[in-house]
Design a protein around this ligand. Structure first.
Ligand code: ZN
Ligand code: ZN
Length: 906
């Protein structure tokens, strides 16, 4: 009841059927069988329904579309004969035909509470999946789904003191939306991940009490992580960070946005015109006591019911969304948090990235969200928000799409330069671009906005409706014209999740009716294509039952090869003794790497000669697409867990296929034209390494290390031919790391010479250059000699390096390890960036190559297009060094104990 009831505002009480009548789906029959019968009868009843023809319409898709209908068709007589009880007894083992057509998941994680609102799942840039289910938000690592989890217990909150109303007004109409909630404990309604880089990861905060050993952590450590914003069904928005020093699973609150909103409104008296003066307040209180409501209202004014309803609607938040990171050329970058409320207003909050990222010490101030303004976006509840970025001719713009319960959908844009500057009390710098769907077309439940990288003049917005229909709005910015492609009866109930994949080539949608579809846009119309079958098999055996009855959201993985789908269980189909108590919902992971993206797919076969079947051709094309995305967009964090997991799974059965993909990738990366075989491609690649971007070398390193070498290690003894190939790959890894080492030294030296870098490890680097005199390029030697001129003391300092344990001297022999000259011969780690001996304080750690880092590498290294660049352009001042591994390009972390949730980007 709770679930269906919560969608009341989205369902809109029913939807118009083809013949103008109304299907009322408010009353759900108790038996799924009966409901499916009535649904299918309704459908056959309106045969003239303008439901667009799906292409192609394979019979199994229909089963999966109406999975409930796939139960054996029983007549009413049959039912009477079998009887209610017996049906329930049979149903726990449903006929297999019902599930054969469902694309099968490769892993699943059971949840202890059921999701209640659309869009209940979100996948972060750092590769964590958050699910709002019931009274908690669960955070899982998809790379380690049965490992530790993060948890946010939704706190119960009291209503904000906005005023008091006379008792007789309690039942007035306008008070209804305020009193609708019947839950004792609030649930998670909307969640959103911030981009990477906003989160402090440990610290003592005087506002919230001592978190952990004040004397040690009386400051914030800024690791490069994401923040999670959570909006509850009571309308309260809070922002959380991952725990670190707390050693607990519970995530830590860093901001209470609703409290700040309340403070702001109280200060501005809710923007009401007739503001009671302090004198009036006194009078009200007298009136209050006479009214007999009680004397708990100390300073609260007596207000009318309308005023109360209006104020509480302004404070009741419904949906949250973080914008992408807004780059600031002249200062710190920031990110905007948008919060939609019941009043139709959207408030915007700005959070800056920290001054620096640090793991050991910091004087970073607490991250603060500052209010930068409001827009009155709609006249009814805001039910969906979605951000995207857009680069117009003049300046970059931030786009925001908003959907409301009255059916209207609008697209807004804001100039990023204004958003970086604007301060409180002004109108938010967003202006209306277009009202793309008008009021009265049925509530919108989810939105997904996208500006494709390949079509930068086009805005694509997918709108999911409470009626189950799906609309695609395209807006061409150059001719300022928008198109709404015909509404599709995509689902039978509320659309609860929408996600674009492959740069807008494919759309995934899911609904409360438990259906999950994938679509491609052909011409102007949506065409349904089958979800790819799982040819990779199940990653880990799970005993999570397969009895879901409603779907609550979809999220696409960072490299677009997998999706996470949240479903709640049909409790009647669970084993009541064992399962029904603890299993309420499931996060299922599906591979979408085999997704077909074009309907007429014959022509691209020639690119993949010799691929055994259609699925593998699709997989190959999509993996190459994903790798190419990472190579092209240097601002995109290198999170390739899904690519590596898929390739590793293929390695088990189709070694030659993986090789073929990698060879093709190397050939396109390097721009080679030659015989597509490993033996002929790899020697070419060795020669061109310095012409490649740092990002390409990072990808080589990560893929070789985690797909080829790890698999080889697991398999042990191999045939001789394979050992030869392994040697070739190992050589590529070595050469590419050497090239990066040289780039790193070059970037550090030149940054130091230009005076915008700390002088750490200069002596060691010059020693390294001297040692590798025969191998390094002349350019690096030149930089080294320049550095020597400016700092004559360097060599002496290097000799003074001493052991952290016994303070004996440490000579420079190797870039990664060092041994002290004391009697104990202590083994010490050297920082992978600065080559100095690591201190005993906490260090950054790379989970890919297991190197330690104490000083961060200059940003230039990660953006190098080739080395050395002509003239060697340097990065502008002010760009903050981010914690990336210089050799793998992935996020560095602080090593966590195994019982804590950690992220795995590879
Ligand atoms: Zn020692
Ligand atoms: Zn690394």
């Amino acid at each position: 009841m709770g679930v269906k009831g919560r969608f009341a505002h989205l369902n809109g009480g029913g939807r118009p059927s083809g013949d103008g009548g109304w299907d009322c789906d408010g009353d759900q029959p108790l038996l799924p069988l009966l409901s499916s019968r009535s649904e299918s009868e309704n459908k056959s009843g309106r045969g003239d329904n303008p439901r667009p023809k799906k292409s192609p319409p394979p019979s199994d898709t229909t089963i999966q579309r109406h999975s409930k209908n796939a139960l054996p068709r029983l007549t009413a007589g049959d039912l009477a004969a079998v009887g209610h009880e017996e049906f329930l007894l049979i149903s726990p083992q449903p006929p297999t035909s019902r599930f054969q057509a469902m694309p099968s998941r490769f892993q699943a994680v059971a949840l202890v509470s059921s999701p209640v609102c659309p869009n209940a799942v979100a996948w972060s840039d750092e590769n964590l999946v958050a699910v709002a289910s019931g009274h908690c938000v669960t955070i899982v690592n998809p790379a380690n789904p049965f490992g530790p989890r993060g948890l946010i217990t939704i706190p119960d909150t009291k209503a904000f003191p906005v005023g008091l109303i006379p008792k007789q007004d309690l039942a007035s109409d306008c008070m209804l939306p305020t009193c609708l909630s019947r839950d004792v404990r609030p649930c998670g309604r909307s969640i959103s991940w911030s981009p990477l880089g906003l989160s402090p990861n440990a610290g003592y905060d005087p506002n919230y009490g001592l978190t952990f050993r004040e004397e040690v952590f009386s400051f914030y450590l800024f690791l490069y992580r994401c923040l999670l914003a959570v909006c509850t069904t009571k309308g309260v928005v809070k922002v959380y960070r991952s725990p670190f020093c707390e050693f607990s699973a519970e995530w830590v609150e860093v901001m209470d946005i609703s409290e700040m909103l309340h403070t702001y409104f109280a200060k501005t008296r809710y923007g009401e015109v007739h503001v009671p003066t302090p004198d009036n307040c006194q009078v009200s209180q007298v009136g209050l006591k006479q009214g007999g409501i009680g004397n708990r209202a100390n300073n609260l004014p007596l207000i009318s019911a309308e005023q109360y309803a209006c104020r509480s609607a302004m404070l009741s938040s419904l949906v949250v969304a973080w914008s992408p990171m807004l780059d600031n050329k002249s200062g710190r970058s920031c990110c905007i948090l948008a919060i939609g409320s019941k009043s139709g207003k959207i408030s915007f909050w700005r959070v800056h990235e920290p001054q620096c990222y640090s793991i050991t010490h910091g004087s970073n101030p607490l991250p603060v969200a500052s209010l930068i303004g409001f827009i009155q976006a709609h006249n009814s509840w805001i039910t969906a928000l979605s951000f995207s970025m857009f680069v117009s001719d003049e300046s970059p713009q931030l786009l925001l799409s908003t959907g409301s319960s009255d059916g209207s959908v609008k697209i807004w844009w804001g100039c990023i330069d204004d958003l970086l500057k604007s301060t409180e009390d002004v109108h938010a710098s967003f202006s209306l671009l277009e009202e793309v769907i008008n009021v009265g077309s049925g509530p919108s439940s989810v939105l997904s906005l996208l500006v494709p990288d390949t079509l930068p003049r086009k805005i694509i917005l997918a709108v999911g409706k409470g009626s189950g229909s799906l609309e695609i709005v395209t807006y061409d910015i150059s001719i300022r014209k928008f198109d709404v492609s015909g509404s599709h009866y995509a689902h039978d109930q509320v659309v609860t999740g929408l996600a674009w994949a492959y740069d807008g080539q494919c759309l995934y949608s899911c609904s409360q009716d438990n259906s999950l579809h994938s679509w491609i846009i052909k011409g102007d119309l949506l065409h349904e294509v089958p979800l790819p079958s799982n040819i990779l098999g199940v990653k880990m055996s799970t005993d999570v039952p397969n009895v879901s009855d409603a779907c609550f959201g979809i999220a696409v993985s960072p490299a677009s090869l997998a999706i996470a789908v949240v479903r709640s269980f049909d409790v009647n189909l669970l084993n009541q003794m064992y399962e029904a108590r603890s299993l309420k919902a499931v996060v299922e992971f599906f591979w979408i790497g085999g997704q077909m993206l074009q309907d007429d797919n014959e022509h691209d076969d020639e690119n993949f000669p010799g691929f055994p079947n259609r699925d593998l051709v699709n997989w190959g094309r999509n993996i190459l697409w994903s790798l190419n995305q990472h190579e092209q967009y240097l601002d995109k964090p290198l999170v390739v867990w899904d690519i590596i997991a898929a390739l590793s799974a293929f390695m088990k059965s189709e070694v030659n296929y993986v090789e073929q993909i990698l060879v093709m990738w190397l050939m396109t990366s390097v721009g080679l034209v030659c015989d597509p075989s490993l033996e002929s491609v790899l020697p070419h690649v060795y020669r061109y390494l310095s012409d490649l971007t740092s990002r390409q070398l990072h990808l080589f390193n990560v893929i070789i290390r985690h797909v080829i070498l790890r698999e080889a290690k697991l398999n042990g003894e191999r045939q001789r031919s394979e050992r030869e190939e392994l040697k070739l790959w190992t050589k590529l890894l070595e050469m590419s790391e050497k090239d990066i080492q040289e780039r790193l030294v070059g970037c550090s030296l030149s940054a130091t010479l230009k005076g915008n870098w700390r002088h750490i490890g200069m002596a060691q680097m010059r020693l390294w250059v001297a040692k590798n005199d025969d191998k390094v390029k002349d350019y690096v030697k030149f930089l080294s000699s320049e550095a020597e001129k400016t700092e004559s003391r360097c060599v002496a300092e290097a000799e003074e390096e001493c052991c952290s344990f016994c303070s004996a001297g440490v000579p420079f022999e190797d870039t990664e390890i060092a041994y002290c000259q004391g009697a104990e011969r202590h083994k010490l780690a050297r920082c992978a960036v600065s080559m100095t001996v690591c201190p005993l304080s906490p260090l950054w750690f790379c989970v890919s190559c297991n190197r330690w880092v104490s000083n961060l590498a200059p940003v230039t290294l990660f953006k190098l297009l080739r080395y050395p660049l002509p003239g060697h352009k340097n990065v502008q001042k002010g760009e903050i060094a981010k914690p990336f591994c210089p050799f793998c390009g992935i996020l560095l972390q602080r090593l966590q104990p195994e019982f804590l949730l950690s992220t795995l980007p590879v």
